[in-house]
Design a protein around this ligand. Structure first.
Ligand code: S3P
Length: 449
């Protein structure tokens, strides 16, 4: 299914003729992780269609199996036989989440509150990411952190015999932190409350309610959201249809905008308003992007998106939009490199703690391809080349799937080929990226090592 395990392998992309045709998106990564976790925790069977079969999500599936759930693919569907709330069994081996921040941070909430020892590990990228943002609130619940490496993986947790419900005001705009606490709250008697100042993706709120949890959300006039979760609910297995991933859709979207003569349709894309920041920004830049066939599926808005090549103009992205496009800044930076004028992206300090330090990885990649940019502590400004980018760069991906994809997209429209040091890492989130983009007309090659 993927060759990620075969180790880093360079991949290059070259100037391509207009991209044409339709492309279906793989399932949304955030919803896929949650579908497996909530299915594992519910009573009875959850049947999932459209699950993202990327490395990140498969790692979550394996972890759920280690905790006592049954997870298997039969035909087109993934079936999860859950254990019921409070029913996980102590894992005998560490839970290995590979590259996945969402997997491990949500799992520490889901499992860490249990009165047994659970150990969490990941790859080199995940092991360098900050976990105190979830360990701090878990400690106030009474969870013991038995092992950690300066707030990083490997981490071992033991839940208290009597966990207490907390009210936690998240200091970072993070759906992972919010979700971790909400999931911990499920096995705590009483009501657990999370307050977030910034509206981050709300898949946990929506899906947990769909599985039968007691979730109450209120929004203050200033936008602050208070989420209350009732403990020890009776969750029941559900049918989940996973919509296409808008973060993955960002890659063909930007590709079609910058490769002249392109006209593509991206099918079945999640349009949840907490995820549409990139689409709105590209439209503001002058991108010819039409939202078609808007419909509702599995409780989420979805649509098809038609994109034609466009002359883009630089913009300033409002910082309050950051949460709704946090994973899309790297590919926006590529669009910005082809725009006329500068694109300014303030308020993006969270990029520094993603699969890589994305602010510096993007800035380095832009410079390697002769694109001028200014990298601030919490902002990036890209000087656009009005349709012309030299390219020719060799880009370090730092084990980051989105850095790999965004610079391969750049190479489809730059004058010289762009090479990334690892194409295999793409399997983390978009295992069909290369064949699907090739079908649209994109040209890739495996450089000699
Ligand atoms: C995610 C939340 C975001 C995002 C990640 C997926 C989720 O992370 O970057 O890819 O599914 O909850 P943060 O919560 O760290 O912002």
């Amino acid at each position: 299914m993927s060759n990620h395990s075969s180790g880093p392998t360079p991949l290059a992309s070259m100037r391509s003729l207009g991209l044409k045709g339709s492309i279906a998106m793989p399932g949304d990564k955030s919803i896929s992780h949650r579908a497996l976790m909530f299915g594992a925790m519910a009573t009875g069977e959850t049947v999932i269609s459209g699950l993202l079969e990327g490395e990140d999500v498969l790692a979550t599936g394996r972890a759920m199996t280690q905790l006592g759930a049954k997870v298997e693919k039969r035909g087109l569907y993934w079936h999860v036989e859950g254990v019921g709330v409070g029913g996980f069994t102590e894992p005998s081996e560490p839970l290995d989440f590979g590259n996945a921040g969402t997997g491990v941070r949500l799992a520490m909430g889901l499992v860490g509150t249990y009165n047994f020892v659970s150990r969490y590990v990941g790859d080199a990228s995940l092991s360098s990411r900050p976990m105190n943002r979830v360990l701090d609130p878990l400690r106030t619940i009474g969870v013991e952190v038995l092992e950690h490496q300066d707030g990083k993986l490997p981490i071992a947790l033991r839940g208290p015999s009597k966990p207490v419900p907390i009210t936690y005001h998240t200091p970072v705009a993070s759906a992972q932190v919010k979700s971790c606490i909400m999931l911990a709250g499920l096995i705590i008697p009483g009501v657990t409350t999370v307050i977030e100042d910034v509206f981050t993706r709300d898949h946990t709120e929506k899906m947990l309610a769909g599985f039968g949890a007691d979730v109450d959300v209120t929004t203050a006039p200033n936008g602050q959201r208070t989420i209350k979760v009732g403990g020890l609910p009776n969750l029941l297995g559900q049918e989940v249809q996973v919509p296409g991933d808008p973060s993955s859709a960002g890659f063909p979207m930007v590709a079609a905008l910058i490769v002249s003569g392109s006209d593509i349709t991206i099918e079945n894309v999640l349009m949840n308003p907490t995820r549409t920041g990139l689409l709105i920004t590209l439209q503001e830049m002058g991108g010819d992007i039409e939202v078609l066939n808007e419909r509702v599926s599995g409780g989420e808005d979805i649509a098809d998106i038609r994109v034609r090549s466009s002359e883009l103009k630089g913009v300033t992205v409002p910082p309050e939009r950051a949460a709704s496009m946090i994973d899309e800044y790297p590919v926006l930076a590529v669009a910005a490199a082809f725009a006329e004028g500068a694109t300014h992206m303030p308020g993006i300090e969270e990029l520094r703690v993603k699969e890589s330090d994305r602010l510096s990885a993007v800035a380095d990649g832009l410079r390697a391809n002769n694109v001028e940019c200014i990298e601030g502590e919490d902002f990036l400004t890209v000087e656009g080349g009005a349709g012309k980018v030299t390219g020719g760069g060799h880009v370090k991906t730092h084990m980051d799937h989105r850095i790999a994809m965004c610079f391969l997209i750049m190479g489809l429209a730059s004058q010289k080929d762009v090479t990334v040091d690892d194409g295999n890492i793409i399997a983390t989130s978009f295992p069909t990226f290369t064949p699907e983009m090739t079908r649209l007309g994109a040209e890739f090659s495996r450089p000699n090592q």
